[in-house]
Design a protein around this ligand. Structure first.
Ligand code: GDP
Ligand code: IMO
Ligand code: MG
Length: 427
């Protein structure tokens, strides 16, 4: 079967890009289906490190057509800066295709993002301030401007000015700073001209690829617990990173998808506000930040850290129909004397069934842990399950048993080759 989806199983930054780069070798098309430049996807190729925000992580292979699907919100200044950066480093983006149905982000979306975070004050979401939520809100309000509109430049400029006027009135009402509309129209008219050759009916492109026997990889951004419906609302993003979003955000029907890979770190991180049951606010957590280099790719913010949470993974497995897990950053735990795996939650002293549907409840749960002795060995050179020390194998087995999903890929370092295929470790 032709379509694979890669989805974050936690709160983002699980190492999706590295796994996509690995899988892209065997795929013809790699398509983003939601989110925007709030994503920070890191791919390390040899000594070169690339941080991608909008361009799909398959771009490093000449045989791959990178696609920005209809479910993505596209910030044109970021897109072109990214293309220029990649091309100046010898990575061609000429095969890139952008869906005519993808919505565009405008400076007023960033203004609204900042205003609503300021209004929330101490209860802010901690967004990336990239205008993602407001752009999706305009899509839902049916006032958004789509990429296809750049194909008629005269009308595009008129629409940008008209919408910009309305947005300026709203911003004034909220006490924000007015945008210089002449400047916005001039800049975006130039961006529109540059975007036009990339615009395509990507729904047809993806179906044509599948029908001619090519394989398609759908690249999730953000993650299950940042999903607008299934995440820890309101501390979520404004799209659907979960498997349903892969369908609506690409236009490929669900029956075409046969492989759904959930990515999880061997621990957990979160950027921004919201409940986090296994969070470590002590030295143990600080060491995860230091060793795992847990600082945001996009905003540079320090990530919150904690133990791996199998209650989350079980829920991610359900919501996404995960067929397998990729367990990344196992090497970050190399030096720990003991490692904890959350296997359940208690609420008011009683075991809780399933994943709470309300953030208020999640904020009050107490994690139940299984403790595993650390392996105290450097895993960076391990290239097969047999190379792993017994306690690392045990850790992986516990994650598999507790999440109910087989682990297939294990990450032992940031580079392309720092990976091994897990075959059950002899089970
Ligand atoms: P994404 O948003 O899910 O694609 O993940 P990010 O790129 O934001 O963050 C993951 C970080 O972990 C990046 O810096 C990767 O280079 C790094 N990384 C990925 N897999 C591994 C791994 O197995 N071990 C280590 N040490 N680093 C990894
Ligand atoms: P990748 O694809 C981690 C978080 C923000 C904030 C919330 C809402 O690299 O895993 P938004 O700007 O989307 O409205 O912010 O979501 N967030 C991410 N956290 N990784 C990401 O992307 C994220 N994209 C958004 O920190 O808490
Ligand atoms: Mg990231």
């Amino acid at each position: 079967m032709p379509v694979t989806v890669v989805i974050g199983a936690q709160w983002g930054d699980e190492g999706k890009a590295k796994v996509i780069d690995l899988l892209a070798k065997d795929h013809s098309v790699v398509a983003r289906y939601q989110g925007g430049h709030n994503a920070g996807h890191t791919v390390v190729v040899g000594t070169e490190k690339y941080a991608l925000q909008l361009i799909p992580s398959g771009v490093f292979y000449g045989h791959v057509t990178p696609v920005i699907g209809n479910g993505v919100v596209v910030d044109l200044p970021t897109l072109f800066a990214e293309i220029d950066r990649l091309e100046s480093r010898g990575i061609s983006c000429t095969k890139l295709r952008v869906s005519s149905q993808a919505h565009l982000i405008f400076p007023w979306h960033q203004s609204h993002d900042a205003i609503s975070e300021a209004i929330r004050g101490g209860d802010k979401i901690g967004t990336t301030l990239k205008g993602i939520g407001p752009a999706y809100a305009d899509k839902a309000r049916r006032t958004g401007i789509r990429a296809g509109e750049v194909l008629d430049p005269v009308r595009f400029a008129e629409v940008v000015r008209r919408v910009g006027k309305e947005q300026n009135a709203l911003i004034a009402h909220l006490g924000g700073e007015q945008l210089d509309l002449d400047d916005v129209v001039t800049r975006f008219t130039k961006y529109a001209e540059r975007l036009a050759p990339y615009v395509e009916n990507t729904v047809d492109l993806l179906h044509d690829a599948v029908e001619s026997g090519e394989s398609v990889l759908l690249e999730g951004a953000q993650a299950t617990f940042l999903d607008l419906d299934h995440g820890t609302y309101p501390y979520v993003t404004s799209s659907n990173p979960t498997a349903g979003g892969a369908v609506s955000g690409s236009g490929l029907g669900p029956r075409l998808i046969d492989r759904i890979v959930g990515i999880t770190k061997a621990y957990t991180t979160r950027v921004g506000s919201g409940p986090f049951p296994t969070e470590l606010t002590d030295d143990t957590g600080d060491r995860l930040v230091d060793i795992g280099r847990e600082f945001g790719t996009v905003t540079g913010r320090r990530r919150r850290t904690g133990w791996v949470d199998c209650v989350m993974l079980r829920h991610a497995a359900r919501v996404n129909s995960l067929t397998e897990l990729a367990l990344t950053k196992l090497d970050v735990l190399d030096d720990y004397d003991e490692i904890k795996v959350c296997v359940g939650y208690e609420l008011d002293g009683r075991p809780l069934r399933g994943y709470p549907d309300r953030s208020e409840v999640l904020a009050r749960v107490t994690p139940v842990y299984e403790t595993i002795p650390g392996w105290k060995t450097v895993l960076g050179r391990c290239r097969s399950a047999a190379d792993l020390p017994a306690s690392a194998r045990r850790f992986i087995s516990v994650v598999e048993q507790q999440s109910g999903v087989p682990v297939r890929i294990v990450g032992v370092g940031p580079e392309r080759d720092d990976v091994l295929m897990w075959d059950g470790g002899g089970r």
